[in-house]
Design a protein around this ligand. Structure first.
Ligand code: FRU
Length: 491
């Protein structure tokens, strides 16, 4: 078992040069990263912890990495916050969240994992909810851990699948948390606990159960009120695709519904995938001081991890933080407005006619923010297909292809340089009609995030194409009219 001190020494020694990382997306300080954890405001900064294994770039015994930011687009690494050093978390400090205590200390709530070698079947592996308290830099695990033990799981739920607490504070100063559990029917469910002080917890109710329609076990719940609606985000394992929704095996679901005044009765009215691309999982939200609900996700998917470069000193990235809103009964996402301050070197084209293949002068790059509006170029005849290729070099490209007759937008990284036979394509249904397609494409060295029609859908994928491949081109089967604004992003 390696100590927190060892992890801190290790990450200090293994500095990864800035140019080997994305410019404005967070990667692990060194080694492996998965879920965002403890996304919160504390002492005037955003804190973001993450599932972390510093010693190599593969998932292993989970630590909590730590970074802070004032604007969500520049991140500063802080020393590793927790290592799995105690009996109750000896096999991992799994995902969790964070809040502030009345005395000003920061409270971390996480899942401790314990495997008992040779223990009786069914009782040899435990997940429990644990605490650590700190000052924004150093954390001490609570002597009374675990604070939510397996005895506090209701109705024969799994002791093994009981994880990822998300905590929040109520106006009266008390706390609640939701945590994912596998019920006796093997499906996921979300349990709600409450506490007067953050340390002593009682089970309150099952908030929502998976009826088998949304995968099996659910992971990483987040629960909040947004524009008068209740919102529950979960990341289900083992999902079955449904139309163009839920293709990722490990997927993400957003439930929107009614939420009672006391916040205890949630009735979903709508569900959707949170992201229609390939690489997005385990999102978590924070409330900004100006009242925005901001979500960040792990920009990777368990089923598609083979896309990464095994020899890289880091693996795993966070998405761009996204502002959430509700329109037409759906969840909308938009990159945080703080990104706008990084926009440089504007280039703009209006009413460009695209027929066949073409590129535009000055339009290229791998770290950029680009907004496009695509309209039919011929009033009588709709074009059949419009595509954009980016991260394009002699041998490589990633593309977005829109077929207006099918209302379908496809993101395809088949030719991005991956040598692995994993999923490289995803489609989404552009349900607002095809007369005008609006796209915002955010590229940052190893990723593409595409916001469709003002954020009605988002498609995210990592691409590990060599950086020299920085071309962008357009192609239309028929005639289209294009408006385009491109900015480089300068951190
Ligand atoms: C989701 C997840 C969580 C768990 C963590 C372990 O990606 O499986 O349920 O807490 O990763 O690293």
């Amino acid at each position: 078992m390696r100590t927190l001190e060892e992890a801190r020494k290790w990450e200090e020694e293994k500095k990864i040069p800035e140019e080997k990382r994305p410019v404005f997306h967070l990667t692990p300080r060194v080694g492996w990263m998965n879920d965002p954890n403890g996304f919160s405001r504390y002492q005037g900064k955003y804190h973001l912890f993450y599932q972390y294994y510093p010693y190599n770039s593969f998932w292993s015994s989970m630590h909590w990495g730590h970074a802070v930011s004032t604007d969500l687009v520049h991140w500063e690494y802080l020393p590793c916050a927790m290592a799995p050093e105690d009996e109750y978390d000896q096999d991992g400090c799994f995902s969790g969240s964070s809040t502030t205590l009345p005395d000003g200390r920061q409270l971390l709530v996480y899942t401790g994992v314990r495997h008992i070698e040779g223990g009786p079947p069914g009782r040899d592996f435990y997940q429990t909810q644990c605490l650590a308290v700190g000052d924004g830099l150093n954390y001490e695990k609570y002597a009374g851990n675990p604070v939510i033990s397996t005895e506090m799981i209701p109705d024969g739920g799994s002791l093994h699948d009981f994880r990822d607490p998300k905590i929040w504070q109520l106006d009266d100063g008390s706390y609640r948390l939701v945590v994912a559990n596998r019920g006796s029917d093997k499906n996921g469910r979300i349990l709600l606990y409450e506490s007067a002080d953050g340390f002593s917890w009682t089970f309150r109710k099952v908030l929502l159960e998976n009826d088998g329609r949304f995968g099996r076990m659910w992971e990483c719940p987040d629960f909040f009120r947004l524009e008068g609606k209740g919102v529950l985000l979960v990341s289900p394992q083992d999902m079955l695709p449904e139309g163009v929704e839920y293709h990722n095996g490990n997927g993400t679901v957003c439930f929107l519904g009614t939420l009672s005044e006391d916040g205890l009765d949630f009735h979903p009215e709508h569900h959707q995938a949170i992201d229609y691309g390939i690489d997005f999982y385990a999102p978590q939200t924070v409330l900004s001081p100006d009242g925005r609900r901001i979500m960040i996700g792990w920009m990777q998917n368990w089923d598609a991890c083979a896309i990464r470069k095994p020899a890289s000193p880091w693996a795993g990235q966070m998405s761009i933080p996204r502002e959430l809103s509700i329109r037409d009964g759906r969840l909308y996402q938009w990159p945080v407005r703080e990104l706008d301050a990084l926009r440089a070197e504007k280039r703009e084209f209006r009413d460009i006619e695209i027929e066949g293949e073409m590129s535009l002068p000055g339009i290229s790059g791998r770290v950029l923010d680009m907004e496009l509006v695509i309209r039919p170029g011929d009033a009588e005849k709709m074009y059949r297909r419009f595509s954009i290729r980016f991260a394009q070099g002699k041998d490589y490209y990633t593309s977005l292809r829109f077929r207006p007759h099918e209302f379908s937008l496809k993101l395809d990284r088949t030719f991005s340089g991956s040598r692995r036979a994993i999923v490289h394509q995803r489609s989404c249904f552009v349900d607002q009609g095809a007369e005008e397609l609006r796209l915002r494409i955010i590229l940052d060295r190893y990723s593409a995030e595409v916001f469709v029609n003002g954020g009605r859908q988002v498609m995210t994928a990592t691409i590990y194409t060599e950086q020299e491949a920085d071309g962008i081109s357009f192609c239309c089967d028929g005639k289209a009219k294009l408006n385009l604004v491109q900015y480089n992003i300068r951190a």
